[in-house]
Design a protein around this ligand. Structure first.
Ligand SMILES: C[S@@+](CC[C@H](N)C(=O)[O-])C[C@H]1O[C@@H](n2cnc3c(N)ncnc32)[C@H](O)[C@@H]1O
Length: 307
């Protein structure tokens, strides 16, 4: 045995029993979540956000909230559940809870057929229906924007392909999300390689400055977009969102159950101008959720029109 090598505690048969390193190095023990606590936490999260964890997603909640136990130095998930339900400390913890239970995957130019339909059909149609007394503003909402890639993609397409055709048209994009940490990234306008992987090089060269693996959006794109914290499941807050021409609400309905989808989609409908359009994720559908919209087909995508 090499000098200074750690001594095994004991030997049995051919196996070497190593010292309990979790105790020696103070590594966190994995805390198990009981089924009863899982159901309680799931119910709490559902009531706050509309996000529903199916039985087979317990491991996800266990892993993600397990990190909160360590940070807060709590011995088990029961204490965490109590913390959320108690008035004290709860408001502070909600921010971390939302970060822990959401999946924030997104990237620039994620669903190109939607942007094509937006640019080539929706905008000309909306513009034609507007009285043109001087300037007009096209209002777009990126609902569940995550770190802002979708909202900024819309702004770049506007600058590049829409404004040259309609110089009198302005654009306002509002990005909203329940997770405050992704909104911080969105507001910073600074991205890594991962976010730009699907972006045409032309846009990257024209609208970003690159420095040491970080890509920073230029101000002419950033000034068209602003971000607000918002829970799509918060009805009074949803009612403050109105007069949008186009709403992109992509890749978030999949986390909701049927009831919350119905509620959220109905509020999105109310947020649109007559003649406005809703886009949802390509793996999502409004079948059984809403019959208020007219389904409109485009090459490789669909949109939902409020008539
Ligand atoms: C997978 S990302 C989708 C981002 C972008 N729309 C896209 O398609 O690339 C889903 C986002 O929905 C947000 N989200 C989940 N539940 C929400 C809720 N109740 N209200 C607002 N945002 C929510 C998450 O924080 C996350 O950033």
């Amino acid at each position: 045995m090499a000098l200074n090598a750690p001594k095994p505690l004991a030997q049995s048969g051919s196996g070497v029993i190593m010292p309990d390193l979790t105790a020696v190095l103070k590594l966190p023990q994995t805390v198990k979540m009981s089924d009863a606590t899982f159901r309680q936490l799931r119910e709490f999260i559902y009531k706050q956000t509309g996000i529903y964890f199916q039985d087979n997603k317990k491991y996800l909640l266990e892993g993600r909230l397990g990190k909160r136990l360590q940070v807060l130095n709590l011995p088990d998930f029961e204490r965490y559940d109590q913390l959320l339900r108690a008035g004290t400390g709860r408001a502070d913890e909600m921010r971390f809870l939302y970060d822990a239970v959401t999946i924030n995957e997104t990237f620039f130019f994620r669903n190109e057929p939607q942007f094509e339909a937006f640019e080539k059909t929706l905008v000309p149609q909306i513009v034609a229906s507007r009285k043109q007394n001087g300037r007009a503003t096209l209002r777009v909402w990126s609902a569940a924007s995550s770190s802002g890639e979708e909202a900024y993609t819309i702004a770049m397409i506007f600058l590049e392909r829409i404004r040259p055709l309609y110089p009198w048209l302005d654009l306002e994009v509002v990005g909203t999300d329940i997770s405050r940490s992704v909104l911080e990234t969105a507001r910073s306008g600074v991205y890594r390689e991962y976010s730009i992987r699907n972006m045409p090089p032309y846009y990257l060269n024209k609208y970003f400055t690159a420095d040491d693996g970080r890509f920073t959006l230029k101000d002419d794109v950033r000034r068209l977009v602003h971000f607000e914290h918002m829970n799509l499941y918060d009805r009074p807050r949803m009612r403050t969102m109105s007069r949008f021409d186009v709403v992109f609400c992509c890749n978030v309905l999949i986390y909701f159950d049927q009831q919350s989808k119905i509620q959220v989609v109905s509020d999105l409908y109310d947020s649109l101008n007559p003649g406005g359009y809703l886009f949802i994720g390509y793996a999502e559908s409004l079948h059984g959720i809403s019959s208020a919209f007219k389904l409109v087909n485009f090459p490789k995508t669909v949109a939902y029109k409020k008539e």
